[in-house]
Design a protein around this ligand. Structure first.
Ligand SMILES: [Zn+2]
Ligand SMILES: [Zn+2]
Length: 393
């Protein structure tokens, strides 16, 4: 059982030896790689973060299977069996619970954690019981479950359902973070940020961003805007995140990568002429998938338009980039060009031109543009046409 008194003694003994690394040093030098438990048990790839959203565990074997492998199994017609162990999936809470209890009986850390989770939320027909949840999580944490450490960290830190004990919560987060648990690492960043220890917060976020956690990357971006992180630190986080995501990200998070490439191109070449910015940006995208090229011009266009990241608001340049993106097939670029011209946002009003862009996007299936065309037609009292356009949606 976890024991605070024991840990306090360990801490004292440690501080008596000047050569021993401090907790802070150990924190920043451990857990720099994702844990093995973050891999899919079928394809062995690291699962995209947050792991819970991109993978599934079944009560039969408690083995983590990535969504890609789950989908592949369904495409092969395996709908009602676990893609890993092929046990038929339970159809009701009671049989699901029985299955989990069987794994718990075998001392499976993930099953014990999972059962704790069910008690914490009062799901699978169980009565909500936070003390029982904590008991199970503690057992699972001792057996090596990082999810359980994280859960204990959160519950004690926030005092959600239990008496708040921030040092105890932090201790659990630290234990998990030092073993590579990314969400715990990110949460430690939050803890330090809340205590106004910005440099330590940044160090934590940097580690989790480099492990591929988008949330941490976004926090570093905010810290950069607030002046708590330098441009070089932000660029370091972007590159680290990008590298972590290479070969790992699915199409859903590719949009984020595009955004990152755009940011990075702007950061890296703040002093370089626009042409070189553009070529370095396109090079970054070209290294990935051609099908996604379209979005990038738009995103750069967006930053140029909004004057974000110290770029001067430059409407003609934004239109230029958006036009290029639109020509490359970006519906979003058409949609935004439509809005700019139609509403005279930074440019001379040119309603027919705006409508033209929306039409281009709508004809390629862009529902938003179709809807906006409906509004435009309605505004010019062409109600019949407006109704028809909305009908197509
Ligand atoms: Zn897989
Ligand atoms: Zn299974």
């Amino acid at each position: 059982m976890f024991n605070l008194a024991h840990d306090a003694r360990a801490g004292q003994a440690e501080s008596n030896d000047p050569a021993a690394p401090t907790l802070q040093q150990r924190l920043m030098t451990s857990g720099l790689e994702r844990p093995e438990g973050d891999r899919c048990t079928i394809c062995f790839d690291l699962i995209e973060l947050p792991v819970g959203q991109h993978s599934k565990m079944n009560g039969c074997c408690m083995k983590r299977v990535c969504n890609g492998c789950g989908l592949a199994a369904r495409q092969r017609g395996m709908f009602d069996r676990c893609p890993f162990c092929r046990t038929p999936l339970p159809h009701d809470d009671a049989s699901m619970l029985a299955m989990i209890h069987k794994r718990v009986g075998k001392g499976d850390a993930e099953a014990i954690y999972f059962l704790g989770d069910q008690y914490y939320h009062g799901s699978l027909g169980l009565t909500k019981d936070v003390s029982r949840a904590i008991e199970l999580w503690t057992e699972a944490a001792e057996l090596g479950s990082l999810d359980a450490q994280y859960a204990l960290g959160l519950v004690y830190y926030t005092g959600d359902g239990v008496e708040e004990d921030k040092p105890r919560g932090t201790h659990h987060l630290q234990q998990a973070a030092m073993k590579g648990d990314v969400e715990s690492r990110n949460k430690l960043g939050d803890v330090e940020y809340d205590n106004a220890n910005y440099q330590i917060a940044l160090q934590h976020y940097m580690i989790s961003a480099k492990l591929g956690y988008e949330k941490s990357l976004n926090y570093i971006k905010e810290m950069f805007k607030e002046g708590h992180a330098t441009k070089a630190q932000y660029a370091e986080a972007l590159l680290g995140y990008r590298d972590a995501c290479n070969g790992l990200c699915n199409e859903g998070s590719f949009k984020v990568l595009l955004e990152i490439n755009s940011y990075y191109a702007l950061l890296a070449s703040a002093a370089a002429p626009a042409a070189s910015k553009w070529s370095s940006l396109m090079k970054g995208v070209g290294e990935r998938r051609v099908g996604f090229q379209e979005g990038n011009g738009l995103l750069v266009g967006f930053f140029v338009r909004s004057g974000d990241l110290g770029v001067t608001d430059d409407v003609p340049r934004a239109i230029e980039l958006r036009t290029e993106a639109a020509e490359l097939g970006s519906l979003e670029a058409h949609r935004q060009l439509g809005a700019m011209h139609y509403t005279c946002d930074g440019v001379e009003e040119d309603k027919p031109r705006g409508i033209h862009h929306w039409q281009q996007a709508a004809m390629k299936g862009d529902a938003d543009s179709r809807h906006t065309l409906g509004i435009a037609e309605y505004n010019i009292k062409n109600c019949k046409l407006a109704a028809r356009l909305d009908d197509i949606l």
